[in-house]
Design a protein around this ligand. Structure first.
Ligand code: GLY
Length: 397
């Protein structure tokens, strides 16, 4: 990668004249992170997600066996997991739940995004129905984002909704996907096209599971953690680089995950259904979603968001906003993503038009005016987007 300070991304005013009418930026501040407090289990931390009803995210070592069984109030439990996670964790979690008097049905799906399908969704519902799984049972999702989204949607819809618990085992799921109640599956026509908001009753993030996470997946999750830090916890940024990895000290993993959850918890509490400030969580996602869609979803989400954060940094810097090019490029280098497709901006731009932040045909983008101060802008010009894309190609060449 070339050094961006070598002048490839000089500051300049927005290209293409004045702001489009009716396109005032939304400067609603990102809420301050929710409080992080000591948890009931030694070495654990807790964050409350203040929706109605509120729920707790517990973060710490060994919580799958020490805390999860006590937190699940229902007797009948459907443990949804994937084959990879099952090999590491399902036996001991099932055993701990059974020891607490639960009747456990294990539902294992193949590992990978392909399981967020109508086929797997229908199969799981069928398995529940065929054992007459009761309305007062609970679904526990043990795994990463795919398992949480799929298991959550099963919980949201089986018998019009049963109790749901999240037990995330990937960094991405701990800091992002397990918190906030988004559940769903993909259709052949696109990702997450069917789903529901269905908040969990509790989230148990056992950081011990990160030790068995492939390093590459850990890095993918770090990208969303980095995004949270840029939005509302800048003092976390150093902890996400030096000494950060699957082998980081348990106390470090616990604190960094909990403080990241605290960022997301506050945003979700302020805007549970994504009518406003929850859009801030889409920092870096305008380009990311376009890259994913343009690649037919072969691009990894973390890779795409890492490029997206650099792209957003370039657009922001050119406007005279925050200059976070260096740290986002450092993150990108550490994530070691798949190469960016060397395409003309005109080939990528149509995929941005499908972004969910498009309102009345107008693309909106989350930018950092300052680190810790996001703004949603709607006066984007084609020239500035194309310039940022071309700079991105240059600085990542
Ligand atoms: N991952 C973004 C959100 O939950 O809103």
């Amino acid at each position: 990668m070339s050094d961006p300070r070598g002048g490839t991304a000089a500051r300049s005013g927005p290209a293409g004249g004045g702001a489009a009418p009716g396109a005032a930026p939304d400067r609603t501040p990102t809420p301050s992170p929710a409080p992080v407090r000591a948890g009931g289990v030694a070495g654990s931390l807790e964050v409350v997600v203040a929706v109605a009803p509120h729920y707790t995210v517990s973060v710490g070592p060994d919580l799958l066996t020490s805390l999860l069984p006590a937190r699940v109030g229902e007797r009948r439990v459907a443990l949804v997991t994937d084959a990879r996670v099952a090999a590491h964790h399902a036996r001991r979690v099932s055993t701990a739940l059974a020891a607490a008097g639960k009747d456990v049905l294990e539902l294992v799906v193949p590992a990978g995004e392909a399981s967020k399908s109508l086929g797997e969704y229908a199969r799981l519902l069928g398995e529940l129905a065929s054992v007459a799984f009761p309305r007062d049972g609970a679904v526990v999702a043990l795994g990463g984002g795919v398992v949480g989204d799929l298991g959550g949607f099963v919980a949201a819809s089986y018998m019009r909704g049963v109790a749901f618990y999240q037990a995330p085992t990937s960094l991405l799921a701990m800091v992002d996907a397990s918190v906030g109640g988004k559940t769903g599956i993909d259709l052949p026509q696109g990702k997450n096209l069917v789903g529901a908001f269905w908040q969990p009753r509790t989230v148990i993030a056992d950081v011990g599971t990160l030790a068995t996470l492939p390093e590459r997946e850990f890095r993918q999750g770090t990208v969303e953690a980095f995004k949270h830090a840029l939005l509302a916890a800048p003092d976390l940024l150093p902890a996400l680089t030096a000494g950060w990895g699957t082998d980081a000290a348990t106390s470090v993993l616990t604190e960094v995950v909990a403080r990241n959850v605290a960022v997301k918890a506050a945003v979700v509490a302020a805007d549970e259904r994504e009518q406003g400030v929850r859009a801030h969580l889409n920092l870096g996602h305008t380009l990311a979603h376009a890259l994913e869609a343009a690649s037919g979803h072969t691009f990894q989400h973390g890779d795409a968001v890492a490029y997206g954060l650099v792209f957003a940094a370039l657009v922001a810097r050119a406007r005279g906003f925050a200059d976070v090019l260096r740290p986002t490029l450092d993150l990108l280098g550490w994530v070691a993503p798949a190469p960016l497709p060397n395409r003309a901006f005109g080939e990528v731009r149509p995929f941005m038009a499908r972004d969910k932040k498009v309102v009345d045909g107008r693309l909106r983008m989350v930018l950092l005016e300052e680190v810790g101060r996001a703004v949603v802008v709607a006066d984007l010009r084609e020239g500035e987007l194309a310039a940022a894309w071309n700079e991105l190609l240059e600085v990542t060449a």
